[in-house]
Ligand binder design. Structure first.
Ligand code: ADP
Length: 529
């Protein structure tokens, strides 16, 4: 059995305590040195802390740090002590010796004996992390080898390995920073607005275009729920899109009109996709916003252009038809109908008369439009009896309506209204002529007059072909015509209702239409009493 040294050697306890104290001191030294080095985040500071510690320990005269290139087959100077007192003795280096020292991984004195005369020693301290050899430091110190012991060597090697780890970390940080900066540049360079959220809808990333397009103000956006950034219909829509994205429902691009600021209205195209990681785990949703205002405007102008071309061809057609009828009936009157055949002459003259009316109607519509556009469309106000006015229009139309029957229904004792009778007549003529024209299969037309609060209301209802629901908002636009070509070929210029609306607006009145496709339409206009 081993004897207990405490009893046999009274100095043992003291020695053990001293040894332990030394160990603790060494441990504390390591800890504080490590802390100093790893708290540095850029290469320059890491080198300056490292070389400062080495200088304190070795009191070197000169030193240089060499770092390996990426393929580790060459090294280059990365740091040099400012005052070079080496007289050229730091270099050259024998690569074989360097390789050997690096393979040993220890602080090694390499001065050859002849150099001892120079009164200094050269040593190499490897910079190695647990994974890689990054480089080494060549140190030139006073020739007092006895001053160096294994303890000092351990401290230097420890400091060098901590430095190597810090350099590796710093490299990692700069790569992460670079990749972050690259991602941010990419996000900011996308012309769409991008908002990424987590699964609860809180914003994790947003680019400047998103804040600009959506008019989002304030700096603290990250972490806020997306619905606190927008309002109204857009907020509701984003919720729908967000939920659909999470349900993995593919949604086509949603269009919405949004007003990010007062008096600014934009068309937004919105899409959303799931934000997934490498393992296809869903982490959130990415919204993409596209300002479609410019393309909408282009679409509108293109449509207007198309409508104008259609208009030119419609007008030409509209003018040519009555003109050719007038021409052929006149020719026949001159060359074929005998002067004694008064019935045929009267018949032909009636056709010529009505076609001339049609021509003058088209021309006056064109003139009206050009006057409206040039601001020369003036009103001649008078007190007008609407019953009389509507009756006069009905009497002109009645003989020409064929299998269409026309009825009137007037409220008793209607007040007179202050209006331009010619222009209001034009309105009624346009509406009745449309009602008749768009009833190719015959039917009935009802014209009503009544007072409604401070308005006088005139309605023209037909049982004709009707208007598709999506076309109703456009029928008062200039040149607009519903394409009925697959069912009925009804001629027109697309000007009548636009003129009607202008005339009524000038009278501070209004006009509206309702219709059921295949059943008929009702056009009502109101004039202030
Ligand atoms: P036009 O009659 O010369 O085509 P309008 O401006 O008067 O031009 O009318 C525009 C369009 O509105 C018409 O082309 C037609 O498609 C539709 N419309 C107008 N009135 C009626 C109606 N009573 N019934 C069905 N469609 C109508």
């Amino acid at each position: 059995m081993a004897s207990i040294p405490l009893k046999t050697d009274p100095g043992f306890l003291q020695k053990t305590i001293t040894g332990l104290t030394d160990q603790i001191d060494l441990f504390e030294t390591f800890q504080s040195l490590s802390l100093k080095i790893i708290s540095q985040f850029n290469l320059e500071d890491i080198f300056s802390t490292f070389t400062g510690i080495v200088r304190e320990i070795t009191h070197y005269k000169s030193a240089v740090i060499f770092m390996y290139g990426p393929s580790q087959d060459s090294y280059h100077p990365a740091w040099q002590s400012p005052e070079d007192c080496s007289n050229g003795r730091l270099l050259p280096l024998d690569d074989k010796i360097v390789d050997w020292v690096m393979s040993q991984g220890r602080w090694t004195v390499i001065t050859d004996l002849q150099d001892n005369k120079a009164n200094c020693i050269k040593s190499i301290l490897p910079l190695k992390s647990p994974k890689h050899a990054l480089g080494f430091m060549v140190i030139l110190t006073e020739h007092t080898p006895s001053a160096y012991n294994r303890k000092i060597g351990s401290i230097l090697e420890f400091v060098a390995s901590q430095t190597a780890i810090s350099i590796e970390n710093q490299d990692l940080y700069s790569k992460i920073n670079q990749s972050n900066a690259y991602m941010t540049d990419m996000l900011e360079s996308i012309s769409n607005g991008i908002i990424a959220t987590d699964l609860t809808g809180c914003v994790t990333k947003i680019n400047k275009n998103a804040t600009a397009i959506l008019g989002i103000k304030g700096k603290k956006i990250i972490g806020r729920h997306f619905d606190t950034l927008v309002s109204g219909a857009l907020k509701k829509k984003l919720h729908e899109i967000f939920n659909a994205a999470l349900d993995r429902n593919l949604l086509p691009e949603t269009m919405i009109s949004y007003s990010p600021f007062k008096e600014v209205n934009i068309f937004l195209g919105i899409t959303a996709s799931l934000l997934t990681d490498k393992t296809r785990e869903t982490n959130g949703v990415i919204f993409s916003f596209r300002d479609m205002s410019a393309s909408k405007e282009i679409e509108r102008l293109t449509r207007l252009d198309e409508m104008k071309s259609e208009f030119v061809s419609n007008v030409s057609h509209e003018l040519r038809t009555p003109l050719s009828i007038i021409k052929s009936y006149t020719e026949a009157l001159i060359t074929q109908v005998s002067p004694d055949d008064s019935d045929t002459r009267e018949n032909f003259l009636t056709v010529i008369d009505s076609e001339t009316d049609r021509l003058s109607g088209i021309v006056s519509n064109l003139l009206d439009l050009s006057r409206i556009e040039s601001g020369k469309f003036a009103l001649n106000y008078r007190m007008v009896d609407m019953v009389q006015l509507v009756n006069s229009v009905v009497s002109v139309f009645k003989p020409k309506l064929g299998n269409i029957r026309i009825f009137t229904d007037f409220e008793d004792t209607l007040p007179l209204i202050n209006a331009d009778p010619d222009k209001i007549k034009e309105v009624v003529i346009n509406l009745v002529s449309n009602a008749a024209g768009f009833s190719p299969m015959g039917g009935t037309i009802h014209i009503g007059l009544e007072t409604r609060k401070e308005w006088l209301l005139c309605s023209v209802a037909d049982t004709g072909i009707g208007i598709p629901e999506d076309a109703i908002p456009h029928i008062f636009d200039k040149f607009y015509r519903v394409d009925n070509s697959d069912t009925y070929e009804i001629e027109g210029t697309g000007l009548g209702l636009s003129i009607v609306r202008h005339i009524l607006q000038m009278h501070k009145g209004k006009v509206e239409a309702s219709s059921v496709l295949g059943k008929g339409s009702v056009f009502s206009f109101m004039l202030p009493l």
